[in-house]
Design a protein around this ligand. Structure first.
Ligand SMILES: CCCCCCCCC/C=C/C(=O)SCCNC(=O)CCNC(=O)[C@H](O)C(C)(C)COP(=O)(O)OP(=O)(O)OC[C@H]1O[C@@H](n2cnc3c(N)ncnc32)[C@H](O)[C@@H]1OP(=O)(O)O
Ligand SMILES: NC(=O)C1=CN([C@@H]2O[C@H](COP(=O)(O)OP(=O)(O)OC[C@H]3O[C@@H](n4cnc5c(N)ncnc54)[C@H](OP(=O)(O)O)[C@@H]3O)[C@@H](O)[C@H]2O)C=CC1
Length: 293
């Protein structure tokens, strides 16, 4: 699998294994935005394996229906709600329609595509920031208000990206939005801890998968970033590794962990080189011609 002579980080245990006791989430309900596909579905899967009921949210009914069947086969009750997380009124309806108030919220849905900053239209910026940051806030606000009113504890996990710390050339909109998502973790963890609500972040490294939109998948393929030899770990992430981290963060074994963002990326974001790699402008990396010509 690797073009490199070194072993890299070991492979994880197989799908279906878990570090947490069976039944850890029995009697609990977990709401996952974007739970109908990709990493959101993988996170939902690990909660379901541990006994959770699920509410999955996304814009595409067919995608949600297929995931509802797949996740339902793991034994729990799965409610699928079509909702654009940019719409706060629809979000309130989703919470109203849920069988119970979910006690875990995973803000996984996000939007992204690579684009040189100078090419980005106002609407392109708005679409990514409105989904990734504002949508995450709308979901979290509804969850927090309902738990505060009910006097019940809860746990929020915001899925982020490491360019929240580093900046992300070619992804100015998404990197700025993810920086906001990470910052919300730190603010809300303090503000809501007295009410029993934990707020944490979870950052995937490169986890290529078939559900990714073409623009992102194409980027990974074009830059060879999905190749093991481009990662310090000499492998990419397996979706279940992200799911395991999420189930730990919301579990009783992590009750004193709040305001923390955990990075699951095999140290890719810490990579520095003894000799600098040549600088290639983003336009060139994305195969775009000179600006303004
Ligand atoms: C080393 C590291 C390696 C790189 C490593 C990569 C690290 C990745 C880290 C993070 C990964 C992820 O987040 S992966 C998650 C990705 N998943 C998603 O994006 C799923 C959801 N995405 C979507 O729904 C769509 O892609 C999206 C466009 C964002 C939103 O859809 P909407 O229907 O709301 O919006 P639209 O009307 O289609 O488009 C809104 C505007 O955006 C513009 N737009 C749309 N696609 C565009 C594109 N490819 N390039 C420019 N502009 C674009 C349109 O032209 C519109 O602007 P006007 O024409 O001016 O009106
Ligand atoms: N894959 C990777 O390598 C990395 C991923 N991440 C992060 O991981 C998370 C999951 O990404 P991934 O699974 O790869 O991406 P996908 O594109 O596969 O999944 C995104 C999900 O979010 C849903 N969604 C998008 N927009 C909205 C919206 N407005 N309202 C409701 N749901 C929406 C989509 O469903 P629908 O279109 O039907 O609405 C889809 O189910 C994201 O936060 C992403 O930023 C971070 C770093 C790397």
């Amino acid at each position: 699998m690797t073009e490199n002579a070194y072993p890299g980080l070991p492979s994880p245990p197989p799908l279906g294994a878990s570090a947490l006791p069976p039944g850890t989430y029995e009697g609990h309900t977990v709401l996952v935005t974007g739970g109908g596909s990709g990493l959101g579905k993988a996170i939902a899967t690990e909660f379901a394996r541990l006994g959770a009921d699920l509410v999955i949210v996304g814009r595409t009914a067919d995608r949600l229906k297929a995931a509802q069947e797949e996740l339902g086969a793991l034994g729990g009750r799965v409610t699928a709600s079509v909702c654009d997380i940019r719409d706060p009124e629809r979000i309130a309806e989703v919470f109203d329609a849920a069988p119970v108030l979910p006690d875990v919220l995973v803000n996984n849905a996000a939007a992204n595509f690579p684009v040189p900053a100078e090419d980005m239209s106002p609407n392109a910026w708005r679409a990514v920031v409105d989904i990734t940051l504002t949508g995450t806030w709308f979901m979290t606000r509804e969850f927090g208000r309902r738990h505060l009113a009910a006097g019940t504890p809860g746990s929020v996990i915001n899925v982020g990206a490491s360019y929240a710390w580093t900046g992300g050339p070619g992804f100015a909109h998404s990197a700025a939005a993810k920086a906001g998502v990470k910052n919300l973790v730190e603010t809300l963890a303090v503000e809501w801890a007295p009410y029993g609500i934990q707020v944490n972040g979870l950052v995937p490294g490169l986890f290529p998968h078939a559900d990714l939109p073409e623009a992102i998948r194409g980027n990974l393929e074009r830059t060879d970033d999905d190749k093991a030899s481009r990662q310090p770990a000499l492998r990419v992430g397996q979706a279940r590794e992200l799911g395991w981290a999420a189930t730990f963060l919301a579990s009783p074994y992590a009750r004193f962990v709040s305001g923390h963002t955990m990075v699951v990326d095999g140290a890719n974001w810490q990579r520095r080189n003894v000799v600098n790699a040549p600088v290639v402008p983003v336009r060139e990396q994305l195969g775009r011609g000179p600006y303004g010509q």
